[in-house]
Design a protein around this ligand. Structure first.
Ligand SMILES: Nc1ncnc2c1ncn2[C@@H]1O[C@H](COP(=O)(O)OP(=O)(O)O)[C@@H](O)[C@H]1O
Ligand SMILES: [Mg+2]
Length: 302
């Protein structure tokens, strides 16, 4: 394929004989769904994609028609006002909504082409590949060592040396130097920021490919937040990261692509979350194509 990125930065052109099949398909997708170019582009290059993804809780449709593609070794930020469905969407990506009573997922999520909602998919294995870090650090009331070793043990990994797995994970989460002399101490004694890095270490201990983070810094002070942001940049060399954040500066600082959601009332006054715009972070913050994105990032609502 020729340099698709270069093509994407000029206005969409009609298919010409020089375009290969994939590019033609891409342009057709842009036309069909009126998708922003970055959406269509990442739908082709993403290791994980959502197609018309929606979620209802009972008879309440919380969010619908979400088309996203997550590109390997990129950080994608999901932003938007409270209640627009960011957590709902990110939970779909490793089937966390399976655990929410009444939640029903519509549309599809593909991971390397496989529909993760296919009944043949082993959810435990899926979550080993697509790990998750939550808003509030949630270490187990166990030693630091056992927190990290937990995932490898329950998923049946048989490493030559668990000590090495623990050390590597803690180094990967930039926590090793702070805890190497107290691995047997209870993890709940760590500071909030350390606990969150421990949770990141726990996630990477099972060697995932994708890490989902739902507002991982919202319970942390600015210094701990800055440490996690630095760490994310480092992690993106080895992992693909999808982060929900209500902090727009954070999205602008750390992410490569940004998806903006909002919730608008339908004709019956029900607020349904929807994806408004998905593009490179640079374009989203400098030249968004939708006035609602512009209003949100300039702080006029939300
Ligand atoms: N477990 C649930 N049961 C019922 N409604 C829910 C549940 N979780 C979220 N919702 C509703 O779905 C919508 C989206 O919520 P959420 O995904 O948490 O938004 P965000 O993370 O963007 O703040 C909201 O209207 C919220 O009240
Ligand atoms: Mg949320």
């Amino acid at each position: 394929m020729t340099d698709i990125k270069a093509k994407m930065t000029s206005p969409a052109q009609p298919p010409t004989p020089e375009l290969d099949e994939q590019e033609k398909q891409l342009l057709a997708e842009i036309e069909k769904h009126k998708m922003p170019r970055a959406t269509a582009q990442s739908a082709f290059t993403g290791i994980m994609t959502t197609e018309n993804l929606g979620v209802s809780y009972g008879d309440f449709l919380a969010v619908s028609n979400v088309n996203l593609g997550f590109v390997k070794h990129e950080i994608t930020a999901l932003i938007g006002p409270s209640g627009c469905g960011k957590s709902t969407v990110i939970r779909c990506l490793n089937r966390m909504n399976d655990l929410v009573p009444g939640a029903k997922v519509h549309g599809s999520v593909r991971y390397h082409g496989t529909d993760i909602y296919d009944p043949s998919v082993d959810v435990i294995r899926l979550r080993r590949h697509v790990g998750m870090v939550f808003q509030k650090p949630n270490p187990f009331p166990k030693s630091i060592y056992d927190n990290i070793a937990y995932g490898p043990r329950v998923t049946g990994m048989k490493p030559d040396s668990m000590d090495e797995v623990v050390e590597r994970a803690l180094k990967g989460a930039a926590l090793w130097d702070e805890v190497k002399d107290k691995l047997k101490q209870d993890a709940t004694g760590l500071s909030g920021g350390q606990q969150q890095r421990l949770c990141i270490a726990r996630t990477i201990a099972t060697s995932p490919e994708v890490i989902l983070m739902d507002e991982p810094c919202s319970a942390l002070d600015p210094i701990a937040t800055a440490k996690i942001e630095d760490l994310m940049e480092e992690l993106a060399r080895s992992y693909t990261i999808i982060i929900v954040t209500h902090n727009m500066q954070q999205a602008a600082r750390v992410s490569h692509r940004t998806a903006f959601f909002t919730a608008e009332a339908d004709e019956h006054g029900k607020r349904i979350g929807k994806l408004v715009e998905f593009d490179t972070t640079e374009r989203m913050f400098s030249n968004p194509s939708d006035p609602r994105t512009e209003a949100y990032i300039s702080g006029r609502f939300g």
